[in-house]
Structures are given as C-alpha cells and as structure tokens.
Design a protein around this ligand. Structure first.
Ligand code: C5P
Length: 330
C-alpha cells in the first residue's frame, strides 16, 4: 500500500554533468542537425533538482527556483519545458487542472557551469522528466520517454539512459556501455566566455562540414573498449589520443580564438593532454584519482594568481575537480 504522506516529501534527483571522451561529427543531416558518434560518460559533478506537488489551485502553474550558477531566465529553462513535455506525453490535463499531473514546485541547485559543454541543462531536463513522473506516480514506456527527451534537446536521451554510452544520430540513439573500471579524476576548467553550441555547429558546417575520419576511428575503437569495461590506467594511457578526438575543436576555435593560447598555457601548467568537452568551452585533463585532480585544481589557481594563464572571457575560469564515478554495468 502506498504511503499517502510520501507524496508530501519532494522527489529529489541528481543531474550529473557529462564528458565526451570522443566526439566525431559524421555530417550534416536534412533536418539541420549533425550525425554524431560519441563515447560519453556521466561525472560525479551534478546539479540537484527537487520536485514537490504544488497545492492544487486552479490558477497554479509549474514554478522553478534556481540557485547557484546563473542559468539565465527561468522561463527559458529546459526544466520547465521538460515537465510540460512529460505532462503532455502522459496525457495529463493542464497545470492546475484536476488531472493526474498537478503543477510542480521545482528547485534547482546549479553546480555545473552553464553553457559550458558539460550538458548541465540537458541533464536537468532528463532529471525533470524522470522526477515529474515519480511525483505524479505516472507511467511512461521507454519509447515515449526517449521521444519526450529527444524533443527537448540532443543530449537529453543520454542522461535519461544513465551511465556510460555510445551516442549516435543527433543524440537520440544511446547504446549503454559497461563503462570505466575505477574512478579516474577529471579537472574541468571553464573559461568565462560564451560559446553557444549552435554557433559552434554553424562554424563547423561552414568549414569542413564533416570530421576528418580519424576521430571517428578513435571513437569506434574506444566504444569497443568502454563497452568491455576500460580500466582507469588504460583510459589515462589514451588521454593524448582522446584530447585530440573532438571534431568540434577547430570550429570552437573559429568562434573563440582565445581558446588556442588558453589551452596551450593550460597544457604548459599541467603537463597533461588537454581536451575540449563537447562544443566547449570547458577544457579537461584526466588523473588517476579525484585527489590528483584536486591537486591540479590548486595548480591552476596558483597559475591564475601568478598570471601565467592568459585571460579569456569575463573573470577567472571556473575550476572543478571531479571524477568519473565507478558505474560499470554488468
Ligand atoms: O539539441 P540542442 O538544442 O542541444 O542543439 C543545439 C544546437 O546545436 C542545434 O540548434 C544545432 O544547431 C546544433 N546541433 C547539431 N547537431 C547535433 C546536436 C546539436 O547540429 N547532433
């Protein structure tokens, strides 16, 4: 028997950031999006979303309160679009109506840098779909969940699936992979410069329009290895190859030229291969553990204080040490 009081407690979801270990862009599609081949892993760094049933007032609507990093206007937040999409998909009434999908009062703690290439907004949307269904005690089959997620954004299906995955199509084809064995550390350095995903893809289309093929080969190879379970030390041994396995890097640099000297300086400071996450501008380096990544974060802060990293965008970059959590599937 379900506990009637349980409904009073909010549903809480952690919405992890992601890292593209590889990102091959295969070409532009008729719908304007690009076909991808990308090995993606979730990170321990996560936003926190709580969803509570709001009082059923006929005028009530879904509401969202955001804390932490500035995520822009609340009305544009993907969380509200995701809740609306989930409500339509379960055939619920209108917010405030008597249907089975009453309005939700949502709180989002943004801990993932925004518009950074870390998938935070998409992850929040996936968490909102999943959390809203639980709050409403509503069912939705996997196929409809996926379709609802894909309508919100290209990265949302990956987050809905959870865990390491090979992502293809525009992002809607998600094949779960066993993942990384162990918990490698990851340092994320996000310059305070805007780099909208759409601008990077537009620059990509105006340039080559497709990757050079080598990234795809790296990505296919890595998908096989992560599919079998890739040990941390073997991942680290591939860091140099992976740091070059992003077809969007030249396009990101075309939009934000300062990324080149910034990345080069970061390489000099850290002495490790530096990759670009997704469409950027976040740069990453890999370590044996989260503690090692935290030590590297201190090194970056010291370099910033000493002026050995060139300025890029507004203010200092955001520096976060995190980990790829042990999340291997059987
Ligand atoms: O789907 P999402 O809203 O995240 O995509 C943002 C923009 O990035 C799209 O408008 C599109 O220009 C570009 N994009 C693309 N191919 C993809 C994913 C995104 O061209 N697979």
């Amino acid at each position: 028997m379900s506990d009637p009081l349980a409904k009073l407690a909010p549903v809480v979801r952690l919405a992890p950031a992601k890292l593209n270990l590889t990102l091959a862009v295969l070409g532009r599609r008729r719908d304007g999006f690009h076909d991808l081949h990308s090995v993606m892993v979730p990170l321990a760094l996560a936003d926190r979303l709580s969803l509570a049933l709001a009082p059923t007032d006929p005028r009530a609507t879904d509401s969202l309160h955001v804390e932490g990093f500035d995520a822009g206007p609340v009305a544009d937040n993907l969380v509200l679009r995701a809740v609306g999409g989930a409500r339509r998909a379960v055939g619920g009434g209108w917010p405030g109506g008597p249907g089975p999908t009453p309005p939700l009062s949502l709180r989002l703690e943004k801990r993932i840098p925004v518009a950074a290439g870390l998938g935070g907004g998409s992850s929040d949307a996936a968490a909102a779909i999943d959390g809203a269904l639980e709050a409403w005690d509503a069912e939705m089959d996997g196929h409809r969940r996926l379709a609802t997620a894909a309508r919100i954004g290209s990265d949302v299906p990956f987050f809905l699936a959870g865990g390491a995955a090979l992502v293809e199509g525009r992002g809607e084809r998600v094949q779960p992979l066993r993942g990384i064995v162990g918990s490698p550390g990851v340092l994320l350095v996000t310059p305070g410069a805007a780099l909208p995903t759409s601008s990077v893809f537009t620059a990509f289309a105006e340039r080559a329009g497709r990757g050079d093929g080598s990234v795809r080969m790296t990505s296919e190879h890595l998908a096989g290895e992560v599919g079998a379970g890739l040990r941390t030390q073997d991942l680290l041994a591939r860091a140099g190859v992976l740091a070059a396995a992003n077809d969007l890097l030249p396009a990101a640099v075309a939009v934000l030229p300062g990324l080149v000297p910034f990345r080069r300086a970061l390489f000099r400071v850290l002495g490790r291969p530096v990759g670009l996450s997704g469409s950027g501008p976040t740069l990453w380096t890999l370590y044996p553990s989260e503690d090692d990544a935290a030590a590297a974060a201190t090194t970056v802060h010291e370099a910033l204080a000493a002026g050995t990293l060139p300025p890029l965008g507004v203010g200092d970059p955001t520096v976060v040490a995190t980990t790829i959590p042990e999340g291997t599937r059987p």
